[in-house]
Design a protein around this ligand. Sequence first.
Ligand code: FE2
Length: 225
Amino acid sequence: MEHKLMELPFDKDALEPILSAETLEYHHGKHHQGYVNNLNALIKGTEFEEMHLENIILESEGGIFNNAAQVFNHDFYFNGISGEETKPSHHLLELIKRDFGSLEAFKETFLDTAAKLFGSGWVWLSLNDGEVLEIEAHSNAGNPLLRGHTPLMTCDVWEHAYYIDYRNARAAYLEKWWELINWDFVSQNLLKFDEKRTEHITPCNDNSELCEYIDALDRADHSNT
Ligand SMILES: [Fe+2]
């Protein structure tokens, strides 16, 4: 299976003046494309050739892992920004308030974590095993899939993401990147997680007496709410 470079969900100049068309030409057209090309070349003739990207990330190491994860991470990053104003869903906002206190407090911690990440890497908002929101800092190509967490949002802090527009001023890039967050994408990722979880709660539909009893309890429970 050949992996393809995703198309940007916006015009190259749509994020100006925060991120220039030149930055996107390099970041998407050269770096992101480079990871896709490297991945396709490295997996040829290997057990990873027909695997989905997420499975390659979980099962590989070295060059194949680095390039596969960079493709996934950049897909996530570019889908997670937009030139249009968006807002977090009510549910997402509720979880942010529950786990960080407020949207402002979350922003401060997220951007501080991103500013302090040493070297190149990624900062993520994820849902952990306990379904609690977590901010994760990963060096190089790391991401929450490696911890079995569900990624919701990411910020690229490799210098190639900001050097053309901000030179070495990572904190200035982060502050402006915050204005580009595509909250619709983040909210949809949370919704997809909720839907997947609901799918796992299937009715007990065997014909045994025990199942009939459980289904009856379930119906009674729902009729009381
Ligand atoms: Fe990048």
